[in-house]
Design a protein around this ligand. Sequence first.
Ligand SMILES: NC(=O)c1ccc[n+]([C@@H]2O[C@H](COP(=O)([O-])OP(=O)(O)OC[C@H]3O[C@@H](n4cnc5c(N)ncnc54)[C@H](O)[C@@H]3O)[C@@H](O)[C@H]2O)c1
Length: 413
Amino acid sequence: MRTNDQIHFCPPARVILGCGSRAQLPTLLARLGYKSGVLVTDTFFSKQTPWVKEYIDAATALGIETVLFEGGKPDPTTTLCDDATQEIRSKLGNTRPDHVIALGGGSNIDLAKALCVTIPDGKPVKQFIGALPAAPHALPLIALPTTAGTGSEATPGAILIDPSNATKVAVMDNVLRPVIALIDPEFTYTCPPRVTADSGIDALTHALESYITLDSFDFDRGGHPDPGYSGRSSLTMLFAHQAIDLCARFLMRTYHDGGDTEARIGMAYASHYAALSYGGAGLNAVHGIAYAVAGLTHQSHGSTNAVMLPYVLDALRITRHKELLEVARLFGLDDKDEQQVVQQLPALIRDLIAQLGIPTNLRDFGIAQEQLPALIEDALAVTRLAKAFPVEDVAATYARIVKRAWAGELGRA
Ligand SMILES: NC(=O)c1ccc[n+]([C@@H]2O[C@H](COP(=O)([O-])OP(=O)(O)OC[C@H]3O[C@@H](n4cnc5c(N)ncnc54)[C@H](O)[C@@H]3O)[C@@H](O)[C@H]2O)c1
């Protein structure tokens, strides 16, 4: 029994998960009294799938007006958010919307989250970045993820890119957590293999990283009364464990056969369960270093996480021995020698990443050895993630992880 846990759990108010569940949305919103919404998506969904038209027609028939914004783009910038705010406000005229719907991957959901705070007053999104003195006023968000995935439908943050320095910035508050997370696995059936691989490894990373992160008892909340992230607990670990098990069974299957519906559904559950874990517990070194790698390489979120994951697991073989042993068993490592099994796990995860067509060391990502000191410094500068890495000397361990990830070295003590 973990008697020291300090749980602060803030999930979406409603989680609806099931094939075909999208059909319930218009009547649910009508029942909840919503009248005027903004639907944020991209042209893939508005032009190449029936989902946008089906939703808008059904909602209109129930008296819910919807303004469509179909200009979503991968890895949205603050500029895109500001332009979208103006476009949507001008389409709305004098109407004030009472909800925002996001349809898409993490990019469209994050853009919609940020728009929930900018649409009401038309302010630039940069005014909502960083530590806010009070919870911002935000429109309620309904998130419909189409990848499995980022789990953004259950988290408090919207990640945007600041084009002035190409870094990722976050609008973060629990008021941004969607009021409805509707996960219809059928939305993911159209994901091409590259998107399936990148988003699937993202879900596995969320589950693993939050499973072995700092304990809630030790987590520094800085006196925040409503922290977005607050360390792992028995509650978050329950979801993480289940998500890891599902990823072990279904990630490769979805990649090899996008028509494998059982695997697609399994990954939809995995992604959301991983989000219910990391959306409370938070993350640490994989994402912290991956942000710096993305800053240098502009590679996708999932692939920059993936390249770091085996080396971070390797660095926690002693500190998180028990948890890594459990993970190794879920991935089918059944050797009796527990040390051996824990030692084999990072290599097994690295092989899986290679099979997903993602580079497995920083050299193959195009990073030069001379760039490593700056990369380590940038990673440590993401203090909200570095402070949750469960080792004594975070700076020295980050440096060791980055050097080994560059050289592709695993397995030394
Ligand atoms: N807020 C959070 O908590 C959080 C967490 C993790 C990642 N993120 C962010 O999420 C973004 C990555 O999201 P992602 O991995 O879901 O990819 P994405 O949203 O960037 O989408 C990638 C591409 O896949 C397409 N796509 C998405 N779903 C599809 C489908 N069902 N069929 C066909 N094409 C589809 C999109 O149109 C896009 O072109 C990054 O910007 C990252 O920073 C946010």
